[in-house]
Structures are given as structure tokens and as C-alpha cells.
Write a protein that binds this ligand. Sequence first.
Ligand code: NAI
Length: 646
Amino acid sequence: MIIENIIFEFDNTLIDGDSYVLFLESISGRKSPAKKKSFGSAIEQYKQEFPAAASHDWDNLLQKAKPLAKADFDSAARALVDRLFPQAKEVLSLLHNSGRKIYLLSTSLDLLVRPVADHLGICRDNVFTNEVVVKDNRIVGTDTSQPLSQSLGKLYLAEKLRSEGRLSNSTAIVGQSRSAVAIRRNNIAEMFIYFTEGKENEEIREQADFVIDRFDQLLSLFFSDDELSNMSVPFESSVVTSPRQEKAPKILLLENIHPKASSRLSGNGFQVTSQKPALDEKELIQRGRGFHALGIRSKTHISANTIDQLKDLWVIGAFCIGTSQIDLDAAAQAGIPVFNAPYSNTRSVAELVVGETVMLMRRVFEKSTAAHQGRWLKTAQGSTEIRGKTAGIVGYGHIGSQVSVLLENLGMSVMFYDIMDKLPLGNAKQAASLYDLLETADIITLHVPDTKETRGMIGKNELQRMKRGSSLINSSRGKVVDLTALKEAIEAGHIAGAAVDVFPNEPNQPDDEFTTPLQRISNVILTPHIGGSTTEAQENIASYVSYKIERYLTTGSTTGAVNFPEADIPRLEGKHRILHIHKNVPGVLAKINTIFSQRHINVEGQMLQTHGDIGYLIVDVDHQISEQVFQLMQHITETIRVRRIT
Ligand code: NAI
């Protein structure tokens, strides 16, 4: 969850103390200067003089105590600025500068709150307080038509702000009152940060998502470790625990994974730590200790040694498509499923192919390059519409079938070739052979995996079989096309053009040199493997993989794991789940069931799946198993790992 709005309460949250009491202190102190040293008794005396002041009710005080003028509030307001909690101003300014909207909600009086809010730099439109009514220069009460003068005023006002769209997206409330709890409970805020100022109320603590007693702790909730280390003011980045989260599994997300992942996981109660850089083996072993889940992208390598050292690790999420950076076998042997997001960028690739189809058939890139060089290639020669032409799709899987739908909607006939029998979408037709497709299509797009059969699948011979003047798109895998043969076919004028996104040898870093035989050839679009590189794809990956991690941690589901037996059974209400990962040899299930039956533990549901030499059992039992039963399961010779989900 990315928090965009932060509501602060005022009394005991921004300022140390209650503004009502502090105001009484101020005016009673002024009234009896001699008693300034003993404000407590000055206030008592004032309350005796003006019993209305004893009720902690602003309206009552303003109407029934001695007549007050605006000036009576000035020195009280100045005193409140001095009562601001340490670092409140700096923290609010950092939060504001990070693009978050800061709101202040207070049932105290505007004459006291606004000067403090101005000092803190909070936008006046975002400050909501109890407003006074002034008549003949005298304050005669509060404006009772305003929500904040009513009971449940803060809740009502926050609800109003949300319904007006001012609290769109996620909101946190920082405070310590029951109103803050109510705002969180009514889901007007997605996060309640209990500011205890050192004095905790157990009931309120129970309702909090996070508990803090210093302002700088707020920063570790809203900024990454990296951002904190770059802050000009040295803040202590202390870990903030929440009663709900203290027992929650810990997740470490590396490599700048899209924030949707951390917001989803932390929103669902996990303890999430995010950090930007990829880590080398040594750093990962140090940093990863104590974490139950690890989220990486392609630059962090997870070796067998790392897996061996990270004893608490239960699951790995590869927030990308490939998993070659992870020793999958070592992970499986350690009982750790690995999840990735194989199809999260399908649409992104399909859209690029559609765009390239038009660009190639209109020969746009050669004209664009010429225009950049000051040449004006205004000609219709060799440029055609795609409408009415035939697209040939090789590999009718996730991407190929999407391309089929999109191109058909643009008026193309679609033919596809796949080694499997596939259900054609729309009016697409499956070709009897690759050669049938090559000979018929005006543009051919490749969407096959990298296999022994597909490597070199499009070579000199296949290019010759393609229709004269047709074009080729490859955004699948680099070794599928013989690029030298493609260059020759284009230079010979047999193939009109090509768009290539993937290459047999791709640079690792932006500064590494990139060469391909296709450079400097007219009507060839070269892209650096960006078919799936879009914001939406990154978001989809973040949602998909974090969902998989969450499901594994909360239900044991391994559906979609790349290295593990796939098992998933619905959780039964009131039952207790145990996950048992073991070596896949005969007799393990019998050993487990013997332990249960000897102790009269009733098995309510179970599923055993195997994958290679790993067996995975999910079992639901009628009551919580004892530590002794847990130990017995752990001591079965073939056990790799046992986990209880309560
Ligand atoms: P998929 O697995 O859903 O589809 C592949 C299809 O190819 C299947 O229908 C399969 O039966 C078929 N196929 C396999 N061998 C074949 C053969 N010898 N001849 C004809 N058909 C064959 O895969 P998806 O998600 O559609 O991806 C396709 C390709 O796109 C993959 O190579 C993937 O690595 C690549 N890709 C490239 C991206 C980029 O950034 N350029 C991003 C995402 C994927």
C-alpha cells in the first residue's frame, strides 16, 4: 500500500500535551502571574472561578468563562509551538517533500491550531479544527455547524474528505485517540499509527497497525533504507513493530521491485523490508538472515551456499520472468518453492508486435532515420496498410494468441503454426506446417520458447520460403533466427524488413558494446529486449509474485512454483494446517499418518504431490498439534522441513 495522505491529530501527537489544558495554563498563568510557577494550582483556581472550564468543552468555556478576545490566544499559541514534539517539523517536511499530502485534524480551536500548523508548513486547506465565532471582537463560542464541534467530529470529517475525493488512494492516520481508531476501523484510513508518547493504552495499541513513540520512527515507515541513508538530517531508522505484525513472517524485497509488491504484502500484515540494490552472495547471506521470504529480480544470484546459510528462508519470489539466477534445485532440496511471473508481460509484448507490424509495412523507421539525417523520403513505394494482409504467428501460446486477436481486430487475416493443436481465436487458422505459413503470410512474428527445436528455426532456407516482400518480427528468443541469413535476405531484397528485440548475445550493462549483423540495414527495427518492459508489466509482476508468496505463506499453496510439487487445497474453517516437505521416497505419508493416528489426531484433509525427488504434503488436522508431534514429524528421516500455519 502506498500511503499518499497522512492525517495527524494535534493534541498529544504533534504537541506534547492537551491544548485545552495548555490554554488554561496560559490564561490562568497570565491572570495570576504570581502563580506562574505552579500552573497546576493556577488552573485549579481558574476552574473554580469558572466552573465551565472544568468540563473540557471549548464551547462551554468560551460561552461561560470570562469573556475572551482573540488576543488571549496569541501567547497560548506561541507556547504550543514550543510544545511541538522533537523533530515533528523536520519529519512533516520530509513527508510533504516526498509528495504526500499532510492533513491536520483537531477538535481544538483554530486560534491555537492554525499558528502551529503554519509553523509546520501544513497547507491551510488541509487543516481542520474547531472554529470560533467572533462577535464585537469577543469570542462567543465555536461554530456548531462545523463537524469538529460535534461528537464523532473527526470521524465525520474524515468520511467527508474521503467522499469528496480528497483522501483518494491510501491514507494513514497518526494519533492516539479513539477517533483515530474509528477512522481506521471504518476504512477511511488504511493504516493507524499509534503515537504513544511513551504512555501506552493497551486497548488502542491492539487496534494499531504500527506503534511509535518518537517522530523519527515515522520515517522508517514511509521511506526505504536507501532513502533514509541519503537524508540530510541523520534520523534513526528504527524498526517499527505493530501488534498485528510482530508475529508475521518477514519479507525482504531487493532490486527496486515495484512498490505494489511491498504495499500488498505489508497491507496484508507481513513485515516487509525493501531495499534498492541487488546484493552479492556475501551481502545477501548477511542481510537475508531472519527473513522468511526473499523477493529478487534478475541481478541477485541465489546460490546453493546462500540457500544453505539462510536457514529461516521459506520461499523465494523472482519478480521477473526468468529464474536462471536462482539455484532452483538447491532451493527445492531445502524445501523452498520459487515463484516467478511468466506471463505478466504478455500484453506488453503483443502491443509492441502490433506497433512494429504497422511500422514495418509502412517502412516508417527508414523514413524516420532519413528525416533525422535531413532527408525527405516522401514516397508511398513499398508502404502498405496492414488491413487485408495475412499475419503468420509462429507459436500460438500466451503472446502469440494475444497478437492474433489484436491483429485480426486491425483487419488482418491470421494464420498460426504451433507444434500443439491450439484452439484458434476469432477467425485465425492453424497452418498445417511451418512452410505453409511461411509461404502465405505478409508478416511473420515468432513467439516460441527457446528449445532444441526452435534454435535456428528460421534460417536461410525458411527465409527463402517466405513470400517476397514479406517482413519478420522476432521478440521471442535470440537464437530462434539466424541473423546473418536474415541480413542477407533483406539485402537481397527478398525480405522487406525486420523487427528484432532479442539477440543470441545480449549485453549485460547499458555501456557494454552491442553488435549484430542487422545494424545499419534499412527498414530494420532493433530494440534492446524491451518487448515486456512496461510499467504495467512491472506492476503485474509485482502483484502476481507477491500474491504467490502470500498464498504460500498463508495456505501453503505452491501452484505456479517452478521447482516444486504443485499443491493447493482450500483451507477449512477452524482447522490447523501443517506443511511437510520431504524426500520423495515410499512410506513417508504412512509415517506421518501413524504419528497422527497414534495420538488421535484426526486428518480432515490432505494432499500429497511430488516433483522429482521432492514430496510435498499439505495436511489439515482438527486441532493444533503439540510441540511433541511437530518434533516427531521433523525427526522423520526423510523430512526436509515442516511448517505449521495457524
Ligand atoms: P508460451 O509458452 O505461452 O507459448 C509458446 C508457444 O510456442 C506454445 O504454444 C508452444 O506450443 C509453441 N511452440 C513450442 N515449440 C514450438 C515449435 N518448435 N514450433 C512451433 N510452436 C512451438 O510462451 P509465451 O509467453 O507466449 O512466450 C513466447 C516467447 O516470448 C518465449 O520465448 C518468451 O521467452 C518470449 N518473451 C519475450 C519477451 C521480450 O521481452 N521480448 C517477453 C516475454 C516473453
